[in-house]
Design a protein around this ligand. Structure first.
Ligand SMILES: Cc1cc2nc3c(=O)[nH]c(=O)nc-3n(C[C@H](O)[C@H](O)[C@H](O)COP(=O)(O)O)c2cc1C
Length: 225
């Protein structure tokens, strides 16, 4: 477990094909025990986690796929994954990472069924043995959502350090209402995002994707240096 923070930042990627190797409760606990030291404004720690494996994992997969098939646009709980009519440069970046990923997988643009099948694999955690759901109080504002995001990145980095691969999955946000019912969440809580967690399949082409990033100078104004 000798990995610097910077090494973990470089090494973490969205893994979209997992081995069936189980992830132990002890190791998951250790990862969450590290991540809980994430900062949050006012130290609100406005995060809750539901972790599923085994039967509980299969049950939420079944519920998620059924909800997806029902295709009810209201299921996102009023929080669409992206703003409507995404604009530049964001639109192109989103397009690019999709194209790069399907190129790695050898799926051409016109093969819509294959692309849709891959997207649907989100709802099987890409075969990962563990799924996490990050739950937030509906009363929280954008600040607290950002803090939850920091916590999620901490989970991913602590996992990376331990050789555990992950994929953030806001795809589950499309079925927030059915998920809340499935988990029996109180009225004031909702699932923000899911995460697949386990061991990467080293032979899967999709895992060879290294997504692009803008250079520092493209997004930073250095003033007074
Ligand atoms: C909050 C969040 C939600 C995401 N949701 C999904 C998802 O539902 N399915 C998926 O395949 N990737 C998802 N991603 C992964 C992004 O596509 C990925 O982080 C981005 O393309 C950069 O690639 P990298 O994670 O490999 O560095 C999500 C990422 C974040 C941060």
């Amino acid at each position: 477990m000798a990995m610097s923070v910077t090494e973990a930042l470089y090494a973490r990627i969205s893994t979209r094909a997992f081995l069936s190797t189980p992830l132990s409760r002890d190791l998951l606990h250790e990862i969450l025990d590290a991540a809980r030291w994430s900062p949050s404004g006012g130290n609100l720690q406005g995060w809750k986690v539901i972790a599923v494996t085994g039967d509980a994992r299969q049950a939420v997969i079944d519920a998620g796929l059924a909800a997806l098939a029902a295709n009810d646009p209201g299921n996102d709980g009023g929080h669409p994954i992206y703003p409507a009519n995404l604009w530049e440069p964001y639109r192109s970046r989103r397009f690019q990472v999709g194209e790069d990923m399907y190129e790695k997988m050898g799926i051409p643009r016109d093969d819509k069924p294959a692309r849709f099948a891959h997207v649907a694999r989100n709802f099987q955690f890409f075969d990962a043995p563990v799924g996490l759901f990050f739950v937030i109080d509906k009363g929280m504002g954008v600040g607290q959502w950002a803090h939850l995001g920091m916590f999620m990145q901490s989970v991913a980095l602590a996992a990376t350090e331990r050789g555990v691969a992950s994929c953030f999955q806001e795809a589950w946000g499309q079925v927030r209402a059915p998920l809340a019912a499935h988990f029996g969440l109180p009225d004031n809580e909702m699932v923000y995002c899911g995460m697949a967690l386990g061991y990467a399949d080293p032979d899967a082409l999709v895992n060879s994707l290294r997504s692009r990033r803008e250079e520092v100078d493209a997004f930073t104004e250095f003033r007074g240096f």
